[in-house]
Design a protein around this ligand. Structure first.
Ligand code: NAD
Ligand code: DAU
Length: 339
């Protein structure tokens, strides 16, 4: 079995590669990644020499490169993680989100059709459902919740989902889609809330909390997400969407305070900055379907996962310090300079 993992030099894709190489000793994993600012080969260092692993640097929008890789490798399954993923960047400059997240998905599916793949899996997000009100804790996103997006990022992901379903219905491509809540864990790029706050804390820099920090996200340890995708590609029904989340809702401010406590840093580092435009209030996944059909349940409790994550960032300081490149420093100055 050969699995093509796109976007595998990023946060979740790399964790998925580590998981699959260990969980499936007979599988070959081919990773295709453009190595944007968010992808880094040092993340894959531990598997680069693995006999069942191959890395290819390419853009999922590059039809020639994608088709020639399919011709060469004849993958059985494609798992598409490759995307532009940061909401704030999509507000600043939406174009690349539409190109990569929509057109890239089309290119991969066209190649999948030509080469008769057994499964195309689209890694989507709970953000396609928009947000929930803060004063209705009884409401959750189910797979039946209408798609209603807020940011250029979520609109691009929702567009891709619609296209994936269209390729299933019209061309018979055997697809599945997963929509997961916020992930945290090792190798997450320090522009996202948890690693950003850990990195800034460690450098005694201000901790920029948007608005009043009352927005709620539903956090899942990355390994639990990887296990869910592994189950879906093997046992999930084609043409189906599966929500993935662990009923772990937290307000942003509570996460930031917890990180300060764990690192022994003063809360006076917290700085309230101008809110994100169109900021989604609350995400909350109902994972009943994946539990009922595939027996999936999260295994890592937040208290354990966040400690493991903080420890990882402490032990792997060179990883995040090295990848915080010039481009990232310019981005950080631009994003937070005037807030
Ligand atoms: P990430 O930003 O850490 O990594 C994205 C990877 O995709 C990088 O390695 C990058 O180099 C690569 N990439 C970007 N454009 C590419 C292109 N045109 N061609 C090839 N490779 C390209 O992202 P992540 O947080 O690991 O997210 C992975 C997937 O999971 C995304 O599709 C995202 O929408 C989805 N998702 C993320 C979360 C989360 O909390 N991080 C939650 C739910 C769903
Ligand atoms: O829900 C899944 C989504 O989670 C994924 O699809 C996205 O790819 C991923 O980036 C993430 O989106 P969010 O916008 O929820 O994640 P982010 O880490 O950017 O922000 C989490 C919350 O923290 C959000 O309410 C905004 C807030 N925040 C974020 C940053 C970067 C701050 O208050 N300050 C910050 O500096």
């Amino acid at each position: 079995m050969t699995i093509l993992v796109t976007g595998g030099a990023g946060f979740i894709g790399s964790n998925f590669i580590f998981h699959m190489l260990e969980a499936h000793p007979g599988y070959r994993i081919v990773c295709l990644d453009k190595l944007t600012y968010a992808g880094n080969l040092s993340t894959l260092r531990q598997v680069m020499d693995h006999s069942r692993f191959r890395f290819v640097k390419a853009d999922i929008c590059d039809r020639e490169a994608v088709f020639s890789l399919f011709e060469e490798e004849r993958p059985d399954i494609v798992v598409n993680f490759a995307a532009e993923t940061h909401v704030d960047r999509s507000i600043d400059d939406p174009g690349i989100f539409l190109r990569t997240n929509i057109m890239g998905t089309q290119t991969l599916m066209d190649a999948g059709l030509r080469y008769g793949i057994k499964r195309y899996h689209q890694v989507s997000t709970d953000e396609v459902y928009g947000d929930l009100p803060l004063d209705r804790p009884d409401l959750f996103f189910t797979e039946e919740t209408p798609v209603r997006t807020s940011s250029p990022y979520s609109a691009s992901k929702a567009s891709a989902d619609l296209l994936v379903m269209a390729y299933h219905r019209t061309f018979g491509l055997p697809v599945t889609v997963s929509r997961c809540s916020n992930n945290y864990g090792p190798y997450q790029f320090p522009e996202k809330l948890i690693p950003l706050m850990i990195a800034n804390c460690l450098n005694d820099k201000p901790l920029p909390v948007f608005g009043q920090g009352l927005n709620v996200r539903d956090w899942l340890y990355v390994e639990d997400h990887c296990r869910a995708i592994d189950l879906i590609i093997h046992k999930g029904r084609t043409g189906e969407v599966y929500n993935v989340g662990g009923h772990n809702e937290m307000r942003n401010i509570d996460i930031v305070r917890l990180i300060c406590r764990e690192l022994g840093k003063p809360e006076s580092l917290i700085t309230y900055v101008t809110d994100r435009k169109g900021h989604d209030l609350r995400y909350a996944i109902d994972p009943a379907k994946i539990h009922r059909e595939l027996g999936w349940l999260p295994e890592t409790r937040f208290e354990d996962g966040i400690r493991k994550t903080i420890a990882w960032y402490l032990e792997n300081r060179t990883w995040w310090e090295e990848i915080v490149s010039g481009e990232y420093r310019d981005y950080y100055a631009k994003m937070y300079g005037n807030r």
